[in-house]
Design a protein around this ligand. Structure first.
Ligand SMILES: C[S@@+](CC[C@H](N)C(=O)[O-])C[C@H]1O[C@@H](n2cnc3c(N)ncnc32)[C@H](O)[C@@H]1O
Length: 673
């Protein structure tokens, strides 16, 4: 029943059962008007962790109890000194849809307790003070149980609703998920307050325990390296081989489209209904929108992506391919889906191949049957029977050995696939460690199909997880531009963010034109090794974040020493350290000066736009704000290093104020170096 309810009668002997639906920030209040009554409660299968408390009518919490989700929560409260209210509330994360509870209550005590019965008020906001008390009690317990929770609570929540709507509603999706082959009893699907669909722990999960299993066979997948067409009837091998669409993500998109074309007949139909209707990628943005990112190569990258898509689309429409009813919109949707939610998986061919497994099994079976017959047939001579029996025993060991030989000689295959359920975890970019890892303990975010017969994708907890907590996986240590380009989202405050110093080579050349670095710049191999040493494979642009900067300086300094020493034969160690830091600081400031707007202006634009801001503009602004903060930080770090060196070198009188970390002032070109 829903709504206000009350009951009367002999409550000391009757159980009152009610199912209540609660709204966010609301509680269920059940009360007795009498003193000295005992209220037994029995709450079965709450969907979320709840707090129960009793309160005096005048306010103030008297007793409280935390009930974990899926725990059957039983106990009793006594209304010792006055009237008693039983309050049910979810506190830590008040879910949007609080769900339904079955609450069984039994009121006993004196006859007085029956008078007035149980008053039930549903859907009324809880007394603020009481709720705060409950929250404080609940949080204190949870914080004490897991200090990591503090970090999680402090994470900023993105204001913008980041997820595109799914084809199915969250409720439908949860039902669909339950009907699929995903095992994950402690995990539930949810839309979080920031509008993002993701997975939430419904109860405490211990570090290392498995929280989700998914059979590999139920995924939509293909071998990423295979030259053969996965759909030879629709796309002949020679067409498949001839085009670059054999590459990710186009190859897997074609397989997804084929699965979609089966409609309700597809074995993956439930999963397909859960996929987002649209994923917005930068290649779909207008030039003006791309400009808002203030990243040089974005337009080029977007144009390149669009051209590749168009080329594949062109071949798909040719007479050699028979994929009817395919539209451009469906095609690029599939590519975007693969790009934003597929997994790469290494597997072992050989035994992993079901046909090979069948062959090994059949051969062992036939041999075993022959030997068994030989064992049992009395017509054979005694010694032969003994030998046959021994062989039979060793067959068991033999099959194990064959297995191992095949396993070791198997070639690894790289699959790309969609893993239903597993693809509902969102990306953690605010903490270095994700909450979960896949299959291989100790290597969060990476996994290999170690055992060929291991047919389940396993998701295990990388830390203790608390009820109500969103569970994040890692998509890799990706900077925001890469997240935006490959997945259509970014994370403000992303700890992996990197800024590509454009034309760093040119800046070096400029710096060296008159002085130091001429031979160094001339030797492009030097530059390449420099780029490699900071983990950025491209020449001409170097990625910087605070860590890279130190590594970059480390790499730059000996080269300056080398060059200068060659020129003058002097020991230039000290000068080179300062020079390399100056060069880096200058590069960061130069980059900031090239931007069309300042950080302050961007932040003002963002806050002026408010909640109604267009999604693309929000993404572009967040990207460029993040970049500018990074550049300022790097410039400040370079300044600090120079000050430190000066102090070290005894060039006292250094005024720290002089080198303000955020000073936009530009060093003159060719200055001092
Ligand atoms: C593998 S899916 C994750 C599940 C997805 N939220 C859903 O409901 O289908 C990847 C997509 O989720 C969203 N996403 C994942 N992690 C995110 C994050 N940290 N911030 C914002 N959006 C995120 C992006 O839309 C991304 O393209």
């Amino acid at each position: 029943s829903e709504g206000t309810d009350s009951s009367s009668g002999d409550l000391s002997t009757s159980l009152h059962l009610a199912v209540y639906k609660l709204e966010p920030s609301q509680g269920l209040r059940l009360g007795s008007q009498q003193t000295g009554c005992e209220l037994d409660y029995d709450i079965s299968s709450p969907q979320y962790a709840v707090y129960l408390g009793t309160a005096e009518r005048a306010g103030g919490l008297r007793q409280s109890r935390h009930c974990a989700s899926s725990e059957t929560c039983k106990g009793s409260f006594l209304s010792a000194t006055g009237t008693l209210d039983l309050i049910l509330a979810s506190t830590v994360f008040v879910p949007e849809d609080f769900g339904s509870f079955q609450v069984a209550l039994r009121l006993s005590g004196s006859d007085q307790c029956n008078q007035g019965g149980l008053q039930m008020a549903e859907g009324k906001p809880l007394d603020k003070k009481l709720l705060e008390q409950l929250q404080a009690a609940g949080r204190a317990a949870e914080l004490a149980a897991n200090p990591r929770w503090q970090e999680v609570l402090q994470q900023p929540v993105a204001q913008f609703p980041v997820d595109p709507p799914g084809a199915a509603s969250i409720k439908e999706s949860a039902q669909l998920l339950a009907g699929m082959s995903v095992w994950g009893p402690k995990v539930t699907l949810k839309t979080f307050p920031n509008g993002m669909r993701g997975l939430q722990a419904t109860e405490s999960i211990k570090q290392g325990s498995i929280l989700m299993l998914f059979p590999f066979a139920k995924s939509i997948k293909l071998d990423n390296n295979s030259p053969k067409s996965p759909l030879p009837k629709l796309i002949p091998d020679h067409v498949w081989e001839a085009h670059f669409w054999r590459q990710y993500p186009y190859n897997a998109a074609v397989v997804l489209l084929h699965e979609m074309s089966k409609g309700a007949k597809s074995s993956m139909h439930k999963y397909l209904c859960m996929l987002p209707k649209a994923v917005d990628m930068p290649w779909q943005w207008s030039e003006k929108e791309l400009d808002e990112m203030q990243v040089d190569n974005m337009k080029g990258m977007a144009a390149d992506q669009y051209q590749r898509l168009s080329a594949v689309w062109h071949v798909l429409n040719s007479s050699e391919v028979s994929m009817p009813n395919l539209t451009w919109e469906k095609f690029y949707w599939a590519c975007n889906i693969i790009s934003s939610r597929s997994f790469g998986m290494d597997s072992l061919e050989g035994l992993a191949n079901p046909r090979n497994r069948l062959l090994v099994g059949a051969a062992a079976g036939i041999l075993g049957a022959c030997l068994l017959t030989a064992c049992l047939k009395s017509s054979y001579r005694g010694w032969f029977r003994v030998l046959a029996c021994l062989l039979l025993i060793s067959l068991a060991f033999l099959s194990g050995a064959i297995h191992r030989v095949l396993e070791n000689s198997s070639t690894p295959a790289h699959f790309v696939g969609l893993l239903p359920g597993v693809d509902l975890f969102n990306h953690q970019a605010l903490l270095p460690q994700p909450d979960i890892y896949m299959s291989q303990p100790g290597q969060p975010g990476q996994w290999t199909w170690k055992k060929p017969l291991d047919r389940f994708v396993r998701i295990s907890a990388a830390a203790d997880l608390l009820p109500g907590q969103e569970i994040f996986i890692s998509y890799g240590s990706k900077p925001n531009a890469e997240l935006l380009g490959g997945y259509g989202f970014l994370v403000p405050g992303n700890i992996w963010d990197v800024y590509l110093l454009r034309n760093f080579t040119a800046q070096l050349a400029e710096a060296s034109a008159t002085r130091l670095l001429a031979p160094f710049v001339a030797a492009s191999s030097h530059l390449e090794s420099l780029a490699e040493s900071v983990g950025v494979p491209s020449v001409g642009a170097l990625g910087v974040n605070a860590d890279d900067l130190t590594r970059l300086q480390d790499a730059l300094q000996p080269l300056i020493v080398e060059t200068e020493a060659l020129k003058s034969g002097m020991a230039v160690q000290e000068h080179a350290a300062t020079a390399s830091w100056k060069l880096l600081g200058q590069a960061c400031r130069q980059e900031l000066a090239w931007k069309a707007t300042t950080l302050e202006e961007d932040e003002a634009t963002l806050s002026a736009a408010g909640d109604q801001i267009a999604r693309r503009l929000w993404n572009a602004l967040q990207l460029r704000i993040g970049h500018k903060k990074l550049l300022q930080k790097c410039a400040a770090q370079a300044d600090a290093a120079i000050v430190f060196l000066k102090i070290q070198q005894g060039a006292a009188k250094t005024d720290l104020q002089q080198l303000s970390p955020h000073a936009p002032a530009l060093p003159q070109p060719h200055s001092e170096l």
